[in-house]
Design a protein around this ligand. Structure first.
Ligand code: AMP
Ligand code: GLY
Length: 444
């Protein structure tokens, strides 16, 4: 199958890597891609924010399968145009992608489907929003309703900061149309887990769980980012929990969207908080997670090209997802200053050295080739993913590889996957000393 992959981030590098290994993908073209994607695909130019540019490119290439990575073209209706041409597309039409494109739409779908989520209301004026915010109490959670490149959410204990966030969105128009409506919601406390399901519009299959690290600095300090690393599977979310989330969250969303005439074809990402009273949904995305995908696809044994095609043609029923038993830890290497202003153009060294470590794949995100040299060209520059027999091995490999890669100002968190290593050693010591599993300090 001649396959077109749209996108240019670390997620798309991992997707290109997986499509490059697919037995059904005979030719891979990526647009716009990046130098890492170019190892697996021929690159073409496209304006991702312009559905007509995507449509024109697809018209020229005439692919047998189109896989859409990022949310913007989905929400803007690129998949609709391609399907209108009769093309097979992995990625939802605009009306189904609204599950990510509008937080209030997502809340309405959850209400219809009876899905447990944070109590929330949508506002267009500051005074009403503040009064609901005060009813809920701190920590305050304020969200721009529309797409804001991951920057539309503020979570704070500080009431005046929350009011400032409301004014930024509703009065000062900092987020443009995306912030004309805000969602004020209850704070959910617990571990976050990303459950991504692949769907053909009727059937949805849940992937193994992954966990993302949103904050810039160790121990979840510093500002929110696009994600500084990930790991999979998630010891805090065992298979029974994934099945429960699949039954109680993913299936009902797919059913509601299908019965409303907007079947969801593609990757439905549920951001779930494991609260004391059970899993509750924090957000939906209409695509694979970044950087979760960089920890998931190295573990996927199912042919990724076949899987995307089965979704695109509505033939997922009866299929199954198969996963390696190994753990995967993926560490993001970012430019100095990220998620604020950063300087690009720094020469990157040590990539081959890093990729030589067993189990390691380096996925490129913000990179470019300048005068023959690979240089930084974005906030998140690379994802270093490593498989291992357990989390300890995967994490050691990922950090060993990451330490071989350097450029001026390179930053990374040093605690990606540490939580999983802890859970792993705790469960090892509990199974070695079963009677000591109660109370604190579980070792005898
Ligand atoms: P989002 O942009 O929706 O992914 O939100 C960014 C981050 O804000 C999430 O990963 C959470 O860490 C945090 N967040 C969003 N909504 C809530 C909530 N209701 N309760 C607690 N934290 C939240
Ligand atoms: N990792 C979070 C996201 O993809 O939105």
């Amino acid at each position: 199958m001649r396959t077109l992959l749209l996108g240019s981030g670390g997620r798309e590098s991992a997707m290109a890597w997986a499509l490059g290994r697919s037995s059904v993908v005979s030719e891979l073209i990526a647009a716009p891609g990046n130098p890492g994607v170019a190892e697996f695909a021929a690159l073409a130019e496209v304006e991702l924010d312009s559905p007509s540019s995507v449509d024109a490119l697809a018209g020229r290439i005439d692919p047998q399968l189109v896989v859409i990575g990022p949310e913007a073209p989905l929400v803007d209706g690129a998949a609709d145009l391609l399907r209108a041409r009769g093309m097979k597309v992995f990625g939802p039409d605009a009306d189904a992608a609204l599950i990510e494109g509008s937080k209030s739409f997502a809340k309405a779908v959850m209400a219809e489907a009876g899905i447990a989520t944070a109590t929330a209301r949508t506002f267009t004026t500051v005074a009403e929003a503040v009064s609901f915010m005060d009813e809920l109490g701190p920590p305050f959670v304020i969200k721009a309703d529309g797409l804001a490149s991951g920057k539309g959410v503020v979570v704070t204990e500080d009431r005046s900061e929350a009011i400032d966030a409301l004014e930024d969105r509703l009065v000062r128009g900092v987020f443009g149309d995306a912030g004309r409506r805000v969602v004020v919601e209850e704070f959910l406390s617990g571990q976050e887990v990303s459950i991504i399901g692949v769907s053909d519009g009727r059937t949805i299959l849940a992937c193994d769980p992954a966990q993302d690290y949103k904050r810039a600095l160790d121990e979840d300090n510093g500002p929110n980012t696009g994600g500084m690393g990930s790991y999979s599977p998630v010891p805090a979310c065992p298979p029974g929990r994934v099945e429960e989330i699949s039954q109680e969250v993913l299936n009902p969303v797919v059913d509601v969207l299908a019965s409303d005439g907007s079947p969801f074809v593609g990757a439905l990402y549920a951001g779930v908080v494991l609260t004391e009273s059970g899993p509750r949904v924090m957000e939906f995305n209409a695509r694979w997670g970044d950087p979760e995908t960089q920890a998931l696809l190295p573990r996927l044994r199912t042919d990724f090209g076949e899987l995307c095609a089965a979704c695109a043609v509505g033939e997922l029923a009866g299929a199954e997802l198969r996963w390696r038993k190994e753990a995967c830890v993926s560490v993001v290497l970012a430019s100095a200053g990220y998620p604020g202003r950063y300087v690009g153009g720094m020469p990157i060294h040590g990539l081959e050295d890093a990729a030589g470590i067993a189990g390691v794949e380096v996925f490129q995100a913000g990179t470019a080739v300048r005068e023959g040299d690979l240089v930084t060209a974005g906030g998140r520059v690379l994802s270093v993913s490593a498989l291992g027999d357990n989390f300890e091995q995967a994490r050691n490999r990922a950090y060993q590889a990451a330490s071989r890669i350097y450029w001026d100002g390179r930053q990374m968190r040093s605690d990606i996957g540490a939580r999983a290593v802890e859970s792993e050693s705790l469960s090892r010591s509990m199974s070695a000393h079963p009677a000591s599993g109660e109370g604190r300090g579980a070792t005898k």
